[in-house]
Design a protein around this ligand. Sequence first.
Ligand code: ZN
Ligand code: FE
Length: 254
Amino acid sequence: MQLTAIPSLNDNYIWLMADDHGQAVVVDPGEAEPVEQYLEAHGLALSTILLTHHHHDHIGGAATLQLNHRATVYAPQDSRIDLIANRVGDGDLIGLEQPALDLAVIGVPGHTLSHIAYYGDGKLFCGDTLFSLGCGRLFEGQPEQMLASLDRFAALPGSTLVCAAHEYTAANGRFALTVEPDNTDLQERVVEVRDARAADRPSLPSSMACELRTNPFLRIDEPAVAAWCRHHGADESRVSRFATLRRAKDQFAA
Ligand code: ZN
Ligand code: FE
């Protein structure tokens, strides 16, 4: 199974997976055009569209692609996604035939309340919940919801490829370094990301193991991160540390 990040809009990625028979799946097509171009250039047929949440930069191209390719759409239960779709939620299993791919749906409220992620073939399509070196903003959910969502991701195998929906890694890295300036894994990742971006390559996918070593939002139990959170007003609870970190990131001028 081939995996590609198709750049879209300002800083979105539309993830595409394709098998050897040219059958493709896309995740969160915020616009149709770059997907159409990629399918055309590589002789692929689009069978399936996976949507993680209702924001326009993730679904804007879905209706056009669905129409043009008679693709099957999977989406969370949310009336703000006004498409004919198979509605899926936490615990559901999706068995695709073309390409042959089994996906588990994980309910991950936080960025939005109906946000879901898709996990299968060693890949995690996490939308705007987890980014490399960061996590999504809390537009609708509470810190405890987002923390529980990130905890579920953290329990996946370290080899899991983290296919996030935005190229935010460099900016996230600037904030992460203020939290853990002495984390050498983080320092190395920031250099790697700088080189990738300078060469116009995506910083993604990342791996869960890499995120566990470098992403402050997955490291609130690490002594250095916990101390930073306490210094910035958190109490002894995990939720308080997470909320403090998220608030600080919201206010951080990258
Ligand atoms: Zn979003
Ligand atoms: Fe987004």
